[in-house]
Structure formats: structure tokens, C-alpha cells
Design a protein around this ligand. Structure first.
Ligand code: AVI
Length: 336
């Protein structure tokens, strides 16, 4: 295993808070901009402080929250086919590797992979995962990169003959707005080059009642995850939110094909944040997250916007989730 490569350090969908003062000033400015806006909006990246990351792990185990266990089942069943698409001797690059559990289905089945490149902003977890995988896959080069994978980052040197295959599981692509998702895929397309590929976890459109239940679980964990954002604003951004005056709201919007999560003010009141008064009407919300759900035309449009085409789709028995195999579109010629 070689050393840790570091790139720019900004918050990502699964990132713990960044430590550098310039990035925390930028984060503070974006929080204040979001709270001053006509439609109050905060970045979902703010969910993932230590408590938020813990609550998200709990969400993944909830009976109503199907994506995690469904994706595991697809990977357990189809890892062999995905590995065959990747081909022998590939370099596997995982975007937002986190605890790096799902990648094991692929590493177990890939034919003589030359390298595994986990990319994550959380340095400590990245190093833990790199050490663990090194023990589990002796002989495999593990090249961790500490970076915000939502922006351009530098890859470690890889053998030029190795096909580059990106892995972005978890349906985190759904937390990007369509234009951001297209831009993200274009960056991935640039990284994997003309001959590479992308294994992408995608949550599918389905009965809105199932979606509603997944984001309004009966144990209230998703609500706690959402409200925890206010606790973070109080602790890190000089907020004085009274948590009892806000409630969790999540609903599916059919027209945009997305779950929206909001924090709704129960009564009209004013909150002081960083010395500034922020006015809330009764029922007014802070929009905290979108989670887009894809059907085939939407996924194909996304792939096309990113310079890919959908070559194969693997789903579960209930057709709730996809593990998609995307390859560069022939028409995409702007990048190498
Ligand atoms: C991380 N992401 C894919 C989750 C989702 O389903 O959009 C985040 C989440 N929000 C509420 N529950 C889970």
C-alpha cells in the first residue's frame, strides 16, 4: 500500500466536517446565504457530522429504508457479471468509499485487479478502510485518495494499461440535482477515459407510499437525522434554533421525481444565527435534501448528459433499485 494522496478538502454528500479554516469560512457563508434566501435551503452535506453519520448508519438498518439492503442483494447476486464487464486487470476507483463494505462484492469477483483507489474526504475512515482491505486482499495495490469526490481531484499513478472502472454505490447520485449529476458524471467520464466504465447505484421510481415510508420511518430516525442539522448549526455556526419549534417533513414530488426533505417551522418566530436574525413564518421550511428517483428514460438522459450510455442494468426481485453498468458514449469526444 502506498501513502495517502490528498486533494482539495471540501464538504461532500458523505463528508464529515472539514477542518481547514478557509473551507469552514466558505461553509459558513453558504449556510448564511441559504438561510437568507427566499426559499431557505441548506446543503445535505451538512447532515454528516459525527452524529449525522451515526444516524445515517441507523437509517440504513431501518425496515422502511430499503435502498441499502436492496443494493447489497443486487451486488451479492450480480457481482460476477459486473466484474466481467469491468474485465481483467482493472483499476477500481470508489467515489465516497465511506466504510467501503459494498466494494468487497466486486473485489471478491474481479479478475486480477491492479489497484483499488478509495476516494473519501474523511481521512481517518479512509485510512482504516485502506488498512483493512490491504489485509483482506494481499497483493492488491490500495491507493487511498483523501479528496472531495464531487470536485476534480488528482488520481495516483496507475498502470496505463489498466482499464479504469469507477464505482459510485448507495444511490448518492440521487442527492445531486440533475445538472449537478450530469456535471459529476462528466468528471467521472474524464477520470475513466474512453475505455473505462462506471458501476452506479441508482434508486428507482416506485410506489410513492414506499418512498414516503422510507423517509418518514416509524422510529423517527430520519426525523432525528434531519433535525440534527439544526443542532449542528447551533454548535458550529452560532445558531440559536429551538429544536422543538421545527418538525421533519419529507414527501415525494412526482413532477420532479424526487423526495424532498424539509425542516418546517411550527410557529412564526425569529432565530438568531451567527448574530443575524432569521425570520420564519409558521409553516415555512428549510429545504435540506432532495433524493431523485430514476426511471429508465431519466437514467438514460443522465448517462447521456455525463458522456456515458447505459450498457447493462441489474435489479432486485422487486425492481426497486439498479446497479447500472455505464460505458463511455461513442459520441463523447471532448475528453480523452
Ligand atoms: C445518502 N443518500 C443516498 C440518502 C438518500 O436516501 O437520499 C440520504 C438519506 N436521507 C434521508 N434518508 C437517507
Amino acid at each position: 500500500m502506498t501513502g495517502l494522496a490528498t486533494s482539495r478538502n471540501r464538504a461532500a454528500p458523505h463528508a464529515a466536517s472539514s477542518s481547514s479554516s478557509s473551507s469552514s469560512a466558505a461553509l459558513r457563508a453558504s449556510v448564511m446565504r441559504g438561510l437568507r434566501a427566499e426559499v431557505k435551503t441548506l446543503s445535505p452535506a451538512l447532515f454528516y457530522d459525527a452524529e449525522g453519520a451515526r444516524l445515517f448508519e441507523e437509517i440504513c438498518r431501518l425496515p422502511e429504508y430499503y435502498p441499502t439492503r436492496t443494493e447489497h442483494a443486487i451486488l451479492a447476486r450480480h457481482a460476477g457479471e459486473l466484474a466481467a464487464h469491468a474485465g481483467p486487470g482493472c483499476a477500481l476507483i470508489e467515489y465516497g468509499s465511506g466504510a467501503g463494505v459494498k466494494v468487497r462484492y466486486l473485489l471478491d469477483r474481479l479478475e486480477r485487479p491492479v489497484a483499488y483507489v478509495p476516494v473519501d474526504i474523511s481521512r481517518e475512515q479512509l485510512l482504516d478502510v485502506a488498512r483493512e482491505r490491504a489485509g483482506q486482499y494481499p497483493g492488491l495495490r490500495i491507493l487511498p485518495v483523501c479528496a472531495d469526490y464531487t470536485t476534480a481531484f488528482e488520481l495516483p499513478a496507475l498502470p496505463s494499461s489498466a482499464r479504469r472502472v469507477a464505482f459510485f454505490p448507495g444511490s448518492t447520485i440521487g442527492n445531486f440535482h440533475p445538472a449537478e449529476a450530469g456535471a459529476f458524471l462528466r468528471r467521472v467520464r474524464h477520470v475513466v477515459g474512453r475505455t473505462g466504465g462506471l458501476i452506479l447505484g441508482v434508486d428507482r421510481r416506485k410506489d410513492p407510499r414506499l418512498l414516503h415510508a422510507a423517509y418518514n420511518d416509524s422510529a423517527g430516525v430520519t426525523a432525528a437525522f434531519n433535525v440534527n442539522l439544526l443542532t449542528r448549526l447551533n454548535r458550529e455556526f452560532g445558531g440559536e434554533f429551538n429544536l422543538d419549534l421545527f418538525r421533519h417533513r419529507a414527501f415525494f414530488d412526482d413532477a420532479t421525481s424526487r423526495i424532498e426533505m424539509h425542516l418546517e417551522a411550527r410557529v412564526a418566530h425569529t432565530v438568531c444565527v451567527g448574530g443575524e436574525a432569521i425570520q420564519f413564518d409558521a409553516g415555512e421550511t428549510i429545504h435540506t435534501e432532495c433524493s431523485y428517483k430514476y426511471d429508465r428514460p431519466r437514467l438514460e438522459a443522465l448517462a447521456e448528459a455525463g458522456g456515458f450510455r447505459v450498457e447493462a442494468l441489474y435489479s432486485d426481485d422487486r425492481d426497486w433499485f439498479w446497479e447500472a453498468w455505464l460505458v463511455p458514449a461513442e459520441t463523447c469526444c471532448q475528453n480523452p
